[in-house]
Design a protein around this ligand. Sequence first.
Ligand SMILES: Cc1ncc(C[n+]2csc(CCOP(=O)(O)OP(=O)(O)O)c2C)c(N)n1
Ligand SMILES: [Mg+2]
Length: 557
Amino acid sequence: MSSTTNQPGTVTIGNYLIERLVDHGVDHVFGVPGDFVLGFMQKLEQSPLKLVNTCDEQGAGFAADAYARLRGLGVVCVTYSVGGLKVANTTGQAYAEESPVVVISGAPSLDERRRYPLIHHKVRSYNTQFRVFQQITGASTVLDDPEIACREIDRVLDATRRLSRPGYIEIPRDMVDAKASRPAAAIQVGDDSNPQNLEAALNEALTWIGQAERPVIVFGVEMYRFNLADVAMRFVESSGIPTTVTMLDKAAVEERHPSFIGVYAGALGRKEIQDYVEGSDCLIMLGTLLTDVNLGIFTARLDPARCIHATRDRLAIGLHTFERVRLEDFIHGLAGAALPTRAKADHPRPPAIPSETAPNREPDEPITVEHLFERLASYLTAETIVIADPGDAMFGAIDMPVQGARAFLAPAFYASLGFAVPAAIGAQCARPDSRPLVLVGDGAFQMTGMELSTCARFGLDPVVVVLNNAGYTTERLILDGGFNDVLPWDYSKLVVLFGHGRSMVVKTTGDLEEALMASRKRDGQFFLIDVRLAMLDVSPALKRLGERLNAAATVGV
Ligand SMILES: Cc1ncc(C[n+]2csc(CCOP(=O)(O)OP(=O)(O)O)c2C)c(N)n1
Ligand SMILES: [Mg+2]
């Protein structure tokens, strides 16, 4: 199928949608079939796009989300309601964390809708699913009119990329082969900055930054979401200002960069970083989302009067805001400015990567969370993308230095359990030269771990570390009860079930060495490591948070 979008004439709606996905650089679509989407799925299978069908729609949704975070657009394709409503959660996460995922859903034909009041999968009205998705996407459409269907496809795809938020395209099944006219030219939308406001904002910001004694840049997730990472890096480099990231932005900046000070996460992060960032007289937050997790469950002490906070929705400099200043214009302005050279600041550095050949524990010592993360730090290579599930898998990874920009993915704001295993599918499809390292709690694994079966089918080879601590430890710390227990699965036996993959059980530091060594060999199969941890053993990050919260409670904060 050729990509001839702007030529006049007619095209089927299904083919036009596929052409436009290809034009947007998409190579993979994740999904599960159903009768309302079979016709479109057949077209997908016959197209240049590779269809990766997962065990469950939620798996497809998370895979598409990871793909979108790495490639700038991800696609999940499902059937009506039974599939669509299952990806409401993954789409909610993509909305909250600004990930451009397009949901394509099949639906009953227009004729069926007119003739029959009750067709399988219908919930309340034939529009119920569309109305749900209107709430959790940046743009949505039902392709029920061939006259405007192609324009609608363009509108939703463009908005998905421009807003970096999910989009929703519903195709009634009789519309897949309906003929539609191609739009003459792509529509352009978007506001410009007000030039005077932009100039005033830049003048004020640059004067302040120039005079500040201890400025710090917080390099936020929106730099990647809006394709501004290179420009923002120019600002980091030309200014020489020490730079941090939050949990959601981890690896937005290459962690070995000389200006990088480590991850800031309030009291969840290292104390020296918290002190340095909170002691700054000019905190330059570029596209950072101020969420509870990013702020160390609100243990952060950031004074807005000492912050420049630029996001796609708002620009605040100190205590006032500027209207109509686009994020991209502001970042370009900062990157293009000539700033006075400043003396090299004495700032914190991320923990050094320990040498792989220098084990510092006895081989028969029981494995702990702290040792696991310390050891994994030296296991990572330039090809690793670390994918962490919410829970201690994610908190433990805060300080683990990763190699390369964008070598870390975690839903650190919306925090839906079950992200990491399916995200590995999306990540390895998005970057075939990478090898995902999945860090996942046993509770989360029991939600979507079956997607390892999809890895097996498609020859993907993530290394999956299951932090097996007999249930929902993160929740136990807040309030314990039988509801935090899970059945102790023998995770390593999954390879027998699948007839594919390799696995090992790790109880000691010596076992960990063996497992990591064995996992280095790549043979096109996933490698699962079942790490048996004590139920209440937690990462240094969670310990720090607990101590700080306890201390705060005793002084009545
Ligand atoms: C889909 C979903 N359901 C429930 C929760 C609430 N929750 C947050 S952490 C957690 C426990 C996670 O357990 P596990 O994956 O084993 O990690 P651990 O806390 O043991 O490190 C739960 C249930 C959630 N974040 N997402
Ligand atoms: Mg657990």
